[in-house]
Ligand binder design. Structure first.
Ligand code: HEC
Length: 159
């Protein structure tokens, strides 16, 4: 092969190596994986809010709640993304307490999620500012944001 004809051949093989060497794109999570991820996160948020409630009861230096309030705020932002279409009751083999309204009244559901995220954002700011009375009052507001969404979009737990 002459050098003139060799160059394009080398380029093509280099491109082939690059393509083969590239990591495959991540597959999207399955509906079952979305349900499992949100339920696990929701269950863990019970412990984070429990620990924040204890801190509120104890009073004192609430700047120590920086980590707990930051992770709860991050979780609050992630939560609504874990309810894509196709993850409702009867749509997979998994049990879910999400009501059909999560999808039929999407705007309402997203508004409740946004209220929750805003409540945790405020809690994080009050903790960072060391505002103990403000923090104590806001912990109760975060609890209300959970309940306000559950009242419309979540089935009660099975007996
Ligand atoms: C924007 C709505 C919304 C907010 C806000 C919300 N939840 Fe939920 N929650 C749901 C829905 C919907 C389900 C049902 C999920 C499922 O079963 O797939 C649920 C389920 C749960 C579950 C049961 C999980 C399981 O294993 O089945 C727990 C525990 C829970 N939430 C706790 C909380 C706590 C604590 C907060 C506040 C700190 C909160 N949730 C805020 C909508 C919300």
């Amino acid at each position: 092969m002459t050098p003139m004809r060799l160059a394009p051949a080398l380029l093509i093989s280099a491109a082939a190596v690059l393509t083969l060497g590239a990591a495959p794109a991540a597959p999207p999570p399955t509906p079952e994986q979305f349900i499992a991820a949100r339920q696990a996160g929701l269950d863990m948020s019970v412990f984070v809010t429990g620990s924040l409630r204890n801190a509120a009861k104890a009073g004192g230096d609430v700047t120590k709640q920086g980590y707990a309030t930051t992770v709860l705020n991050r979780w609050a932002h992630v939560l609504p993304t874990l309810f894509p279409a196709g993850t409702g009751e009867g749509q997979t083999a998994l049990k879910t307490q999400a009501k059909a309204a999560v999808w039929s009244d999407r705007a309402g559901f997203l508004a409740k999620a946004a209220n929750y995220a805003a409540a945790t954002e405020k809690l994080k700011a009050l903790a960072a500012a060391g505002d103990t009375p403000g923090f104590q009052a806001q912990v109760a507001e975060v609890d209300k944001a959970c309940d306000a969404c559950h009242a419309i979009y979540k089935e009660p737990p099975p007996q």
